[in-house]
Design a protein around this ligand. Structure first.
Ligand code: FES
Length: 112
């Protein structure tokens, strides 16, 4: 059973290692990313010009915006390089029995 407040968003088989994929949960656009065995959930909207982060390349614990390559930390949503200058929300994730659950209460932000 997922923890209280976590909602099912996807099945594990929908995610490929090293890639992001866009999902919607209760009106929120969420990028789910599987990287080195863990699943991360980020707000799927780049603060620079609203690009869908989920479609960007994943490398070394980061995902890059597919439009102008601002980089964000997968664990925290912190912006690591521009042109975006704000961080994005990162959400807690649980994976259990082939299903992925997300809490829509964002993790505390680091930086901006
Ligand atoms: S839209 Fe993401 S860096 Fe420009």
């Amino acid at each position: 059973m997922p923890s209280p407040g976590f909602l099912e968003i996807a099945r594990s088989e929908e995610l490929e290692e090293g890639k992001g994929r866009p999902f919607h949960l209760e009106g929120h656009a969420i990028a789910l990313v599987r990287h080195e065995g863990s699943v991360y959930a980020l707000e799927d909207r780049c603060p620079h010009a609203n690009a869908p982060i989920a479609l960007g390349p994943v490398e070394n614990g980061c995902i890059a915006c597919p439009w102008h390559y601002a980089e964000f930390d997968l664990k925290t949503g912190s912006v690591l390089s521009g042109p975006a200058c704000e961080s994005i929300s990162a959400y807690p994730v649980e994976e259990e029995d082939g299903r992925i659950f997300v809490s829509l209460t964002p993790l505390p932000r680091e930086g901006t």
